[in-house]
Write a new protein. Structure first.
Length: 513
C-alpha cells in the first residue's frame, strides 16, 4: 500500500513539474511560431498531426489490453511472465508501426487535392508529413517499453525523459524560428530530437530492467497462449476510433469544414485546453497502475474508499480547469494573441462544457480500465454514429460550433449515465444507486459555483480587463478566493474530500476545528 502511494505521488509530482514548464513554454512558443512562421503553417502542422493521430488508430487498443495483463506479474515480480507479455507487445507494435507507415504513404497520395491552395507549397507538406510519420512509426517500433514502465507505476520516468527532450526541442525551434524563420528547419529539429529521445530512453530501460528479454518470435507464438489479448483488443478498437473522432480530430474537422487558417485560430484555444487536460491526466497517469494493483488485491472496502477520494480530487481539479477557462480564456486570447484571433463566446462555452464531460468521467473510466471492462462495444458505436451524423449535419452551417455540438450530444448520456452503471453493476458488483447518492453533492456544488463564475466574468472580468497585466491582477484577486471557497465546501459536504485531507492528519484536524 505504502509503495503504491509513494509511486503514485512521485508520478504526480514529476508530472506537475513538467506541466508547469511545458505550459509556460507552450504559450510563449505559440506566439513566436504564429508571428515568425505564419498561421497557415501552424494550421497545416496541426492538420498533419491530426492525420497522424487518425493513422495511430491502427494501434487497435493493443497497448491498453497488454498493460492489463502486466499488473499481476509485476505485483508478483514474475520476470518470466513479464518477458512473455512484453515480447508479445513488441511483436504486435512492430507490425502496427509498419502498417501505419504503409497507410501514411497511401494517405499522402491525396495531398495534391487537399493542400493545393497552400502558399507553403506541396514539397514542404510532404516533408513535414513524412517527418511526422517517421516519428510515429519509430515510437511503435522502439518506444513500446514505456508501457512496462507505466504499468510498473513509474510513469515519472517516462515523463522525465520525453518531456525534457520535448522542452529542449521547443526551445531550439523557438530560437531557430525567431532568427531564421525557416519552415523546413523547424521540421528537421523535431525529427532529430525524436532520434535522440529513442536512444536515451532505451539506454535507461536497459539499466532499469536488465532482465528484460524481448523475443519477437516467441511474442508471435504467445498470441496463441493469450487469446484474451486479441479479444480485449477487438473490444477496445471501436473505443479508440470513437475517442479519436470525439477528442483528437478537432483540427482536422475544422480544416475540412471551415479553413486551414481557422485551424490555427482554434488551435490557440485548444493549446490552452489541452495543457489543462494534461494537468488532469497527470493524476490519471500517476494513479492508473495503482488502481489496477488495488483492484487486484481484492479489498472491496479500500477500493470504494479510494474511488470516492479520487472523485473528490477529480472534481476539485475539474473546478480549477473549468472555472479558470470560463473566467480567463477569452480575455487571455484577446490580450496575448490579439482581438483578431478571438472566437465567438458560444464556441468557448461549448468547448468548456465538452471538457467538463470529458474530465468529470475520468475516475469511472480509470476503474473500468483497471477492471478490464471493455465489452460494451455498442456504446462506442452509438457515440461514433451520433457524432458523425450530427457533425455532418451541423458543421457545414455552424462551423466549429457544429463540430462541438456533435461531440457533446453523442457522449453526454453514455458518459454520465451508462458508464457508471456498467462499472458498478459489472465491475464493483454494487447498485448504481450507491454511485448517484455519492455523486449528487459534487454535481450540485459544481453547478452552483459555475453560476458564481459566470457572474464574476460578466460583471467584473470582462468590463475591467483590457491588458495582460490587468488580467493577472484581477485573476489573483478573484480566482484563488473562488477556489478556496470551492475546496472548503467540498470538504464539508463530501466524504471523498474528507478521505483525501485525512491523509494529512494535522491538516484534517485544523479543518475539522
Amino acid at each position: 500500500m505504502g509503495e503504491r502511494v509513494h509511486r503514485s505521488v512521485m508520478n504526480i509530482k514529476v508530472g506537475m513539474l513538467f506541466y508547469v514548464l511545458s505550459l509556460f513554454l507552450a504559450f510563449f512558443s505559440r506566439k513566436i511560431f504564429l508571428d515568425c512562421l505564419g498561421a497557415e503553417f501552424i494550421g497545416l502542422t496541426g492538420m498533419l498531426m491530426n492525420i497522424m493521430s487518425f493513422l495511430s488508430v491502427a494501434e487497435l487498443g493493443i497497448g491498453t489490453s497488454i498493460v492489463y495483463f502486466l499488473y499481476k506479474p509485476l505485483q508478483e515480480d514474475n520476470h518470466e511472465k513479464i518477458n512473455e507479455v512484453m515480447s508479445m507487445l513488441a511483436y504486435l507494435y512492430r507490425c502496427i508501426g509498419f502498417i501505419i507507415g504503409g497507410l501514411g504513404i497511401i494517405v499522402s497520395l491525396f495531398f495534391p487535392w487537399w493542400f493545393s491552395n497552400l502558399t507553403t507549397g506541396l514539397p514542404l507538406v510532404y516533408f513535414a508529413f513524412y517527418s511526422f510519420l517517421a516519428t510515429t512509426v519509430s515510437a511503435y517500433v522502439f518506444n513500446y517499453k514505456q508501457l512496462l514502465v507505466s504499468a510498473n507505476q513509474k510513469q515519472y520516468l517516462v515523463n522525465a525523459y520525453f518531456q525534457t527532450i520535448a522542452i529542449v526541442q521547443s526551445l531550439t525551434q523557438i530560437l531557430l524560428a525567431y532568427y531564421y524563420r525557416n519552415l523546413w528547419l523547424w521540421v528537421v529539429v523535431g525529427l532529430v530530437f525524436t532520434i535522440i529521445g529513442i536512444i536515451v530512453f532505451n539506454i535507461r530501460i536497459r539499466q532499469l530492467y536488465p532482465w528484460l528479454d524481448i523475443n519477437l518470435k516467441a511474442g508471435r507464438e504467445n498470441l496463441k497462449r493469450y487469446p484474451e489479448v486479441l479479444k480485449k483488443t477487438r473490444q477496445i478498437f471501436v473505443q479508440k476510433i470513437k475517442d479519436f473522432i470525439l477528442y483528437k480530430s478537432d483540427e482536422l474537422l475544422v480544416g475540412i469544414f471551415v479553413s486551414v487558417t481557422q485551424v490555427a485560430f482554434y488551435g490557440n484555444y485548444t493549446i490552452i485546453t489541452s495543457k489543462l487536460n494534461f494537468l488532469v491526466n497527470i493524476l490519471s497517469d500517476g494513479m492508473n497502475a495503482g488502481i489496477g494493483n488495488l483492484i487486484a488485491e481484492g479489498n472491496d472496502q479500500n477500493t470504494m474508499k479510494v474511488f470516492w477520494e479520487l472523485t473528490a480530487i477529480r472534481f476539485l481539479i475539474v473546478g480549477i480547469v473549468v472555472f479558470g477557462l470560463l473566467l480567463f480564456l477569452q480575455p487571455f486570447v484577446t490580450c496575448w494573441f490579439g482581438q483578431e484571433y478571438r472566437l465567438d463566446d458560444l464556441i468557448v462555452y461549448l468547448l468548456v462544457f465538452n471538457i467538463f464531460i470529458f474530465l468529470s468521467r475520468g475516475v469511472v473510466e480509470m476503474y473500468i480500465s483497471a477492471c478490464g471492462l471493455f465489452s460494451d462495444v455498442w456504446t462506442a458505436w452509438t457515440e461514433l454514429i451520433l457524432n458523425i451524423g450530427i457533425t455532418l449535419a451541423l458543421a457545414p452551417f455552424y462551423g466549429i460550433a457544429g463540430i462541438l455540438i456533435g461531440k457533446i450530444v453523442s457522449v453526454f448520456f453514455i458518459a454520465l449515465f451508462w458508464k457508471p452503471y456498467f462499472l458498478f453493476s459489472r465491475g464493483l458488483k454494487k447498485s448504481v444507486a450507491v454511485y448517484w447518492c455519492g455523486m449528487m453533492p459534487y454535481y450540485l456544488l459544481f453547478a452552483v459555483f459555475t453560476g458564481v463564475t459566470f457572474m464574476l466574468r460578466q460583471y467584473l472580468i470582462e468590463p475591467k480587463v483590457t491588458s495582460l497585466p490587468l488580467l493577472i491582477v484581477y485573476g489573483l484577486l478573484t480566482y484563488p478566493l473562488l477556489l478556496l471557497l470551492y475546496f472548503l465546501v467540498l470538504f464539508y459536504a463530501t466524504r471523498g474530500m474528507k478521505y483525501f485531507v485525512a491523509r494529512k492528519p494535522k491538516v484534517y484536524a485544523m479543518f475539522k476545528k
